[in-house]
Design a protein around this ligand. Structure first.
Ligand SMILES: NC(=O)c1ccc[n+]([C@@H]2O[C@H](COP(=O)([O-])OP(=O)(O)OC[C@H]3O[C@@H](n4cnc5c(N)ncnc54)[C@H](O)[C@@H]3O)[C@@H](O)[C@H]2O)c1
Length: 300
């Protein structure tokens, strides 16, 4: 397949480029910025809302599948730049889907987010849980899913939306508690943070997020088009600190109580992804953090 990966310079997009290339596909990146990580690949620069630019790239490379990973990717960023978030994530997504429709590209994986669920009191978040987006970012991600559903229903496309848990790993640029703790530990810097220990989030290692994308691209036919993608476990920042402490026992880690302002979302039920996409996360929290730490050590 000739696969266009939007957001190819970002955390998930760059891991997707690597994995799809290793699986023998031709990958073409698309991002508003270039990145050292994806320099080995063909990457075209441009804006997601630039319709003619996307048309020319899709034509030039005879694209027949798209991974739409580009956009503004953090609930807090959505509040700092609400208009930009709506424009990039909603208009940008509809531009990608519309170009796909015009060129009969039916195979599309759209990266949505668990943020669409909003704060909830469920211990387990299933696909039956009502989406209740509580910030601009979450609204924009849910709107992308709705657009995908309409293109599927009315235009025979096959947009699969993956509601990712919080993604961590090499090449993350956005704020992330794991990155924040691990990057200091790798350099032997003691960590004394005033708050955050009680924040619970479901984390997924970036290699698993990329694997889910690969599985979704491969699936011939599935009964639904929206999936939860995570490990099925929430972790507190305190638990992350304990894992990092075991790897770096000389670093003192003290994190005060309280949260970091993220929604509480019960751990994902990912059984549909397992059943229909044959996806199951390979890395638990400890394995993912060790792999990430190894990357940071090598790239110090
Ligand atoms: N990282 C997470 O924790 C997480 C969780 C759930 C869902 N997601 C979703 O996964 C996708 C990828 O997230 P990520 O963490 O890799 O994000 P990222 O910020 O690392 O990468 C996004 C990329 O999109 C590019 N981009 C932004 N606006 C653009 C525009 N107008 N035109 C062209 N390119 C543009 C950026 O330059 C960046 O390289 C996003 O859609 C995000 O909403 C991420």
């Amino acid at each position: 397949m000739n696969i266009l990966v939007s957001g190819s310079s970002g955390l998930v997009g760059s891991a997707v480029m690597d994995l799809l290339h290793n699986k023998g596909h031709t990958v073409v990146g698309f991002d508003q910025k270039r990145s050292r990580i994806t320099d080995k690949f063909t990457v075209e620069t441009g804006d997601l809302c630039d319709f003619p630019r996307l048309v020319s790239i899709v034509k030039k490379y005879e694209i027949n599948a798209i991974v739409h990973s580009g956009g503004i990717s953090h609930p807090h960023a959505g509040e700092i730049s609400p208009y930009q978030t709506v424009k990039t994530n909603i208009l940008g997504t509809s531009t990608v889907f519309e170009v796909a429709r015009l060129f009969n590209i039916n195979n599309i994986v759209y990266l949505s987010s668990g943020a669409v669920y909003g704060n909830n009191s469920s211990t387990v978040t299933t696909l039956e849980n009502k989406a209740h987006p509580e910030n601009m970012y979450a609204v924009s991600k849910l709107t992308g899913e709705y657009l995908g559903e309409v293109y599927n229903r009315n235009h025979g496309m096959n947009v699969i939306s993956l509601r990712l848990a919080f993604v961590y790993g090499p090449n993350r640029f956005m704020p992330d508690p794991i990155k924040s703790i691990l990057e200091r530990a790798v350099y032997g810097v003691d960590i004394h943070d005033a708050k955050g220990a009680d924040q619970q989030l479901e984390f997924i290692y970036v290699k698993d997020a990329a694997l889910a994308v690969y599985k979704a691209l491969k699936v011939e036919k599935c009964n639904s088009s929206i999936f939860n993608i995570g490990t099925g476990c929430n972790s507190t920042i305190n638990e992350i600190a304990e894992v990092v402490s075991k790897i770096y026992p000389k670093v003192s880690i003290q994190i005060g109580p309280g949260d970091l302002g993220y929604d509480f979302i019960g751990a994902f039920d990912c059984s549909e992804a397992q059943k229909q996409l044959d996806f199951k996360a390979k890395y638990d929290l400890k394995e993912g953090i060790i792999d990430y730490a190894n990357f940071l050590e090598k790239n110090k």
